[in-house]
Design a binder for this molecule. Structure first.
Ligand SMILES: [Mg+2]
Length: 126
């Protein structure tokens, strides 16, 4: 069975890029929402194997969405990996403190990105 990945990303070009990268994948099925509120609403009934969380979004940013998810016992266990164009130590640290288990910088390198997905969806990484 394919692993389900929820992408929370406000930028349309980025959404399309990730859809394109994962389209041919036999391992992953991608679901996309463009803001944090939609993600929280969807997570009431849908439990993905991994969440890819854009950090920079209007209104509720990715850190706030991550903190909210981690504060809700029914969904707190879903692993979240941050996506950001920023790669400073303090940015990475802020994401980890919010509850992310990993940090992927954009633009992604496809091979590396797929390797990261393999790693973060493996059992035992949760
Ligand atoms: Mg963004």
């Amino acid at each position: 069975m394919k692993k389900k990945i929820l992408l929370v990303e406000d930028n349309t070009s980025n959404q399309e890029l990730f859809i394109e990268i994962l389209k041919t994948s036999k391992k992953y099925e991608l679901f996309v929402v463009d803001n944090g509120l939609k993600a929280l609403e969807l997570l009431e009934t849908f439990k993905p194997d991994l969440i890819l969380m854009d950090i920079h979004m209007p209104n509720l940013d990715g850190l706030a969405v991550t903190r909210t998810i981690k504060s809700m016992p029914s969904i707190a266990a879903i692993p979240i990996v941050a996506l950001s164009a920023l790669a400073m130590k303090k940015d990475i640290q802020a994401a980890m403190e919010a509850g992310c288990i990993g940090y992927i910088t954009k633009p992604v390198r496809i091979k590396h990105f797929l390797e990261q997905l393999d790693k973060y969806t493996e059992e035992g990484h949760r």
